[in-house]
Design a protein around this ligand. Structure first.
Ligand code: UDP
Ligand code: MG
Length: 168
């Protein structure tokens, strides 16, 4: 299989529980290249666009809150882009099955995930499901200048009245 890329998101429970290091360690040494990493507060708009295909699901409202950190004291999320051979399936294997109770006990979700009393799978981590979703999600979470290398084609746009924070 050719080289592909994937979006991995450490959801806010990872940050709240102090598990960033231990989870990133599960990915290190797996022969994947880390192309981007950032910590961010997930807006409602980003969460809704990320999970747009799950809008009709009964758990939709809760996972929007979950991704925004609203179930975990407003904690942030950590977003990463990895690239490598067969990296989507490999990252999904490291993550484990969606339901922490069904996940391999050695996987991230199987060893550290939980199900809340409201029934939300607090499974710590998001991994893109396929190449098309990976492309959509990476473009949603990252701008071109946040990613090392030329992952996707870009174009130059001149913006007028564009406000940007710069160092004092
Ligand atoms: N989820 C849930 N209950 C379910 C199915 C999904 O709480 O019955 C949550 C879970 O946090 C999951 C997210 O919704 O990670 C997105 O669901 P998806 O089916 O895309 O699972 P994933 O691709 O994350 O394994
Ligand atoms: Mg999914």
């Amino acid at each position: 299989m050719n080289k592909e890329c994937v979006l991995v998101v450490l959801k806010p429970d990872v940050v709240a529980k102090g598990l960033i290091g231990i989870i990133l360690d599960r990915f290190s040494g797996a022969g994947m290249d880390l192309l981007a990493i950032k910590i961010l507060s997930v807006s409602q708009d980003l969460a809704q666009r990320h999970y747009q295909h799950l809008k009709e699901q009964r758990f939709y409202k809760e996972i929007i809150k979950y991704l925004q950190g609203k179930l975990h004291d407003g904690h942030k999320a950590v977003a990463l882009v990895y690239s490598g051979k067969n990296v989507i399936q490999r990252c999904r294997d490291i993550a484990g099955a969606t339901n922490p109770e069904d996940a391999d006990p050695r996987s991230i979700r199987g060893s550290m995930g939980r199900i809340t009393t409201e029934g939300v799978f607090e499974n710590l981590i998001h991994v893109s499901s396929d190449r098309k979703e990976a492309c959509r999600e990476i473009k949603l979470w990252f701008s071109p200048d946040e990613i090392s290398g030329d992952l996707f084609p870009t174009r130059d746009e001149v913006l007028e009245n564009y406000k940007k924070k710069v160092w004092k």
